[in-house]
Design a protein around this ligand. Structure first.
Ligand code: SF4
Ligand code: SF4
Length: 343
């Protein structure tokens, strides 16, 4: 890792080069308080004051909600052609918790199998991270996601009159060398950065009692009444999965042309919270009740990947809390579950 200092004026010059000479995706206020990551054509469109976007920006690019995987044609043999329409892009101003979501997806799509569709896009994505203000439902601090150690090419922290830049890859360094005037970070810059992070961490107000949660989870798992209570108002709509930066389940489907000689294989996001998720041929449903499904979702988020990867598959972004019409709140539920096992 290299550590550089980028002055505020140089930052604007740097960014204008990126906008003019690259396909840059960045945060933009699209309506009232609604922000989204969109292709940026003009520097003035970028608004780094966003606190949240409905969908996680990197997931939208790397693992879109629907995606064609390959086309096929029946001739003397079956011809398969991968669908690959990716180009180099820069994702600008993604925050640390969404970046940690990317780090999780990177592991999912490269452990046990390599997902070529994901990886082709990932290799072509340059990531420039930036600290942004957490909103009221954000509990990234307790999930250890308020800071990203990796997954980015550059990461910018605003020290007021200058940016402290962490340079993680040759690609990121190349962009700085080409478009920016930077200086090596001095001892004072490091001290200011430490003070910045200390202050930044105080901005996370939502608290989740996550300590030892994964160990306590098995005790809570068998408490049927607890799960009935937590899931009582759930509509099984799946919105919580759709907005989550780490949910990765998908269905694969075939669309065969009417001539029955060619077709497209594609995938689309699936949700473990909808009734049919656990339905198998023969009519058996492994998770027939909303209580079963919520319990499984929390197990996946807060236990399974602690055992498998040593990390939660929840980064504490709070999107599912805001998306849930039934007001089911994962942060409050973590605390309720902890209380339940401690009595
Ligand atoms: S968003 Fe809320 S209501 Fe919908 S499935 Fe998730 S927990 Fe249930
Ligand atoms: S489970 Fe909820 S809070 Fe956790 S990462 Fe997913 S959307 Fe964010």
């Amino acid at each position: 890792m290299l550590y550089k200092i980028l002055g505020k004026k140089d930052y604007s010059v740097f960014l204008s080069h990126l906008v003019l000479e690259h396909d840059l995706i960045g945060p933009k206020k699209v309506k009232d308080q609604i922000y989204d990551f969109v292709p940026i054509k003009d520097l003035n469109e970028i608004d780094i004051r966003y606190k949240k976007t409905t969908l996680p920006p990197a997931k939208k690019l790397l693992f879109p909600s629907t995606e064609e995987l390959l086309s096929y044609e029946f001739k003397e043999k079956i011809n398969l052609t991968p669908v690959n329409k990716n180009s180099e892009k820069i994702l600008f101003a993604i925050n640390a918790w969404d970046l940690n979501g990317v780090n999780f997806l990177d592991r999912i799509f490269t452990t046990d199998f390599i997902d070529e569709n994901y990886m082709e896009k990932r290799k072509k994505l340059t990531i420039i991270g930036m600290d942004t203000e957490p909103d009221v439902n954000n509990f990234a601090l307790q999930m250890g996601s308020e800071y990203a150690k990796s997954g980015f090419d550059l990461f910018l922290s605003d020290l007021g009159d200058r940016y402290f830049v962490r340079v993680a890859t040759p690609k990121g360094n190349g962009l700085l060398e080409k478009y920016a005037t930077v200086a090596e970070a001095s001892e004072k810059d490091f001290a200011d950065y430490d003070a910045f992070m200390k202050h930044y961490r105080k901005k996370f107000k939502s608290m989740a009692d996550i300590e030892d949660f994964h160990e306590n989870f098995e005790i809570a798992y068998g408490k049927i009444q607890l799960w009935d209570k937590l899931s009582k108002n759930c509509f099984s709509c799946g919105s919580c999965n759709l907005v989550c930066p780490t949910c990765f389940c998908f269905n694969v489907k075939d669309d065969m042309n009417i001539n029955l000689k060619e077709g497209i294989k594609s995938r689309e996001w699936d949700s473990c919270m909808i009734c049919d998720y656990g339905l198998v041929s023969g009519g058996h449903n492994f998770r027939p009740t909303k209580s079963n499904r919520l319990k499984q979702r929390y197990r996946c988020k807060l236990k399974t990947f602690v055992d498998k990867f040593g990390t939660n598959s929840c980064v504490g972004c709070g999107r599912c809390i805001e998306a849930c019409l039934a007001k089911i709140n994962i942060c409050e539920d973590i605390n309720s579950i902890q209380k339940e096992v401690s009595v």
